[in-house]
Design a protein around this ligand. Structure first.
Ligand code: DGJ
Length: 731
């Protein structure tokens, strides 16, 4: 059992193998938060420890009349803080009622504990394969005056240190309710002795780690772009000040959502900390009609008492096994080559076949044809929406192209950007109102394109039909689903005025329906997501996409930062990483083929160049890289990852991947900045079997597991951008 209800004390203890999340029902009415952290077996007396009686309240505090002994909500740790009743911190819920008032009093009416985990209807969520894997608590609350009912839904996995939460709201009243702030996760802490850790960026420099001590006030990251975005990732952490990779308390929160979000932390002047995530309340409103239900996206919480490393590995396993799904979840992916950086829009069928032929010779298994194959798309000004092959480039159509690729013994993959529409397209001529827009306003363009209004059912159905038709008629075994601009003039031609602020969220619901339908209809297609690189790299996407293009920056040095930052919340299995040409297209930097290969091996491996342009020696290295990828895919993708050295903290990056049975470890050592005549640095490994002897494949040297973990390897770093890959195998 994972969830215990102590009836006498009105305490609910949600237990994972190492953690407890404890909720108390104060005065039979108010769900208060008691503890999230190390696992507790017994809950006796726990309530009294946190109770703040009215006589201890501060002068400025307001005492609520709703409870038998009078309490001040301002300093209580709350499970679903609402607005207007004495808690002056940032609420997790805010709504407006028919009479114009915005006060909510949601009090406990009961609860249910059951095996398994419910789905969220039109929202993606994590799952169980068997009900015995997890238990769920539904906590029922009601606002008697308005009839609003809330269900706080927590699922606890028995064998994983993961707790998920989603909040559901049901209008059981007699008039519509306007939901304005509906966070998914909210954890109150009694102190502010934490750092806030988040991952910011921009196009081609996604997920830069930033760590700052909490201040009294608000610290948050968000997106109002209609996508989770390059700029901030919904994944955030709270870490004790001295937390390292291996020590200290770290709390992670991530959101299974791909739209506008807000994740952050609010510390009041009593040093109470409120950690939250959810749909961005800015420019959001949802009209909940009588009888209707609204479910928030799910948030995924992980607590680690052994620093960032354990937290990340918990997320890695969870994302791989209970967020990702479908045929490819447990399969190794083919090594692919993508033509984008080799040709951009300028290609012919023969050119693509030539790229594929050389790649096949090297051992590549999948040829991906990127942007430019449809309509008359020779630049990015035109044709999005016209999903039929351009006869000038593909004279025999998709069928002819695919036949030639398949004849080489390769799979074929194709690029799409199905959420977009170019003003210069047949689709736009026919349906100028199918894009997001506000009547009477000009339509801002990003990359010369507009966004289809996926909040509309007819638009979504059209996309499902047109893509289904292509997939049914052609042997396409992989798709790259791109999305290259963020929303502006967010409005829908089919929604009434009082529902316009639902558009962006309805768009996500529509997108999830399209993706879910296609994934179900075409389970054999490997789906890679992309958003100008990693602009929508979030758990919502990983419920549909098997992997995601991590960044448009394919430079081996920049990628060390991007992939390290990404690895805090996401596993290597989902991070698309390709070897590309030098000088690098984004940075102009020169790095050798070995370093580029080693970086890409630390993700979902592939190529993004014309291999025919490489020297014989480089091609030998390419063959070697593919052999390593094929032999050790399971270690890179399903093993445990250790960040031995982080580029955010040193001039070196060291990633270590250890197989689950500890028989194999791969260590990748990168120099970011060479320092001639430098003293050696220790590379102290982790996660090995201390009693084992490991043989390094290339040098034949033997090391004991304990020496590798307690003394470490020594390395100097004389030259910029060099790398080394060690394969340690148990003797
Ligand atoms: C942006 C993607 O990130 C690139 O990989 C490429 O597919 C281009 N779009 C094509 O337009």
């Amino acid at each position: 059992m994972a969830i215990y209800f102590d009836e006498q004390n009105k305490v609910i203890n949600l237990q994972t193998p190492d953690t407890s999340y404890i909720i108390g029902i104060y005065d039979d009415k108010l769900p208060v938060h008691i503890h999230y952290g190390k696992r507790l077996e017994k809950t006796y007396g726990i309530f009294e420890m946190l109770d703040v009686p009215a006589e201890h309240a501060n002068t400025c505090d307001v005492v609520s009349k709703d409870f038998s002994d009078g309490i001040t909500l301002n300093t209580k740790l709350l499970e679903l803080p609402t607005y207007g009743t004495g808690d002056y911190r940032m609420p997790a819920f805010h709504a407006q009622y028919e009479d114009g008032s915005t006060i909510t009093k949601l009090y406990y009416t009961g609860h249910k504990i059951y095996d398994g985990k419910p789905g969220l209807e039109n929202m993606p969520s994590s799952y169980v394969e068997d009900d015995s894997e997890a238990q769920t608590l539904e906590l029922y609350l009601k606002d008697e005056l308005t009839g609003l009912k809330a269900v706080l839904c927590y699922t606890v996995y028995n064998d994983r240190n993961v707790i998920t939460r989603s909040n559901w709201f049901v209008n059981e009243g007699k008039a519509p309710v306007y939901l304005q702030r509906v966070y998914s996760g909210c954890i109150d802490f009694d102190s502010k002795e934490f750092d806030f850790v988040h991952f910011y960026g921009a196009w081609a420099r996604e997920r830069t780690m930033q760590r700052t001590p909490l201040i009294n006030g608000l610290q948050s990251v968000d997106s109002s772009r209609g996508a989770s975005s390059h700029h901030h990732n919904p994944f955030v952490c709270l870490a004790s000040h001295h937390a390292t990779e291996d020590t200290g308390d770290v709390y992670g929160m991530n959101l299974v959502y791909s739209g506008s979000f807000e994740s952050g932390v609010y510390v009041d002047t009593y040093n109470k900390t409120r950690f939250f995530t959810g749909i961005n309340p800015f420019d959001f409103e949802w009209k909940l009609d009588c009888g209707e239900m609204f479910r928030t996206p799910e948030c995924v919480m992980v607590y680690s008492d052994e620093g960032f490393g354990k937290m990340s590995r918990t997320y890695h396993e969870f994302v791989r096994e209970r967020i990702c799904r479908g045929k490819y979840r447990d399969l190794e992916r083919p090594v692919l080559i993508n033509n984008w950086e080799a040709t951009r829009f300028d290609f012919t069928e023969d050119k693509i076949v030539a790229i594929a032929t050389k790649a096949k010779e090297m051992g590549v298994e999948l040829m991906v044809l990127d942007d430019g194959w449809f309509g008359c798309r020779n630049d990015d000004f035109t044709s999005l929406g016209d999903w039929f092959p351009d006869p000038a480039k593909l004279p025999e159509g998709l069928g002819g192209m695919i036949e030639r690729i398949n004849a080489l013994g390769m799979k074929f993959g194709l690029w799409f950007e199905p959420e977009m529409i170019s003003e210069k397209s047949r689709l736009y001529e026919k349906h100028p109102d199918w894009c997001l827009h506000v009547k009477g306003r000009s339509r801002s363009e990003g990359r010369n394109q507009l966004i289809l209004d996926y909040s509309r059912e007819d638009v979504c159905d059209y996309i499902i039909d047109i893509l289904s038709d292509i997939f049914e008629k052609n042997n396409i075994e992989y798709i790259k689903w791109d999305m290259n601009r963020n929303m502006t003039e967010i409005g829908s031609a089919v929604l009434p005025a009082d529902r316009q602020r639902e558009t962006a969220h309805r768009y996500m619901i529509g997108l999830y329906r399209v993706l879910g339908t296609l994934k179900k209809r075409f389970p054999h297609i490997l789906m890679e997501g992309c958003s100008g690189g990693g602009g929508r790299f979030d758990l919502g996407m990983f419920c549909y996409f098997d992997q995601f293009w991590t960044s448009d920056d394919s430079d081996a040095v920049e990628r060390q930062y991007i992939q390290t930052g990404t690895s805090y919340g996401y596993p290597t299995m989902v991070m698309g990483a390709h070897v590309s040409a030098c000088p690098n297209h984004q940075t102009g930097r020169m790095t050798d083929i070995t370093t580029r290969g080693h970086v890409a091996l630390g993700g979902q491996f592939g190529y993004e160049l014309d291999l025919a342009t490489l020297s014989e020696e480089e091609l030998k290295e390419v063959k070697h890289q593919i052999a390593i990828c094929k032999e050790f895919n399971t270690v890179f993708h399903k093993g445990d990852m250790y960040r031995i050295k982080s580029p955010f903290e040193s001039d070196m990056t060291v990633w270590e991947f250890v197989s689950k049975d500890q028989s194999t470890a791969i260590v990748e050592i990168f120099t970011l900045k060479g320092t001639p005549d430098s003293a050696s640095e220790s590379i102290v490994l982790k996660g090995l079997d201390p009693t084992a002897v490991y043989v390094e494949r290339y040098s034949g040297r033997k090391y004991s597991g304990e020496a590798l973990m307690y003394i470490g390897l020594k390395r100097t770093r004389p030259r910029d951008f060099r790398s080394e890959l060690l394969i340690l195998e148990r003797e």
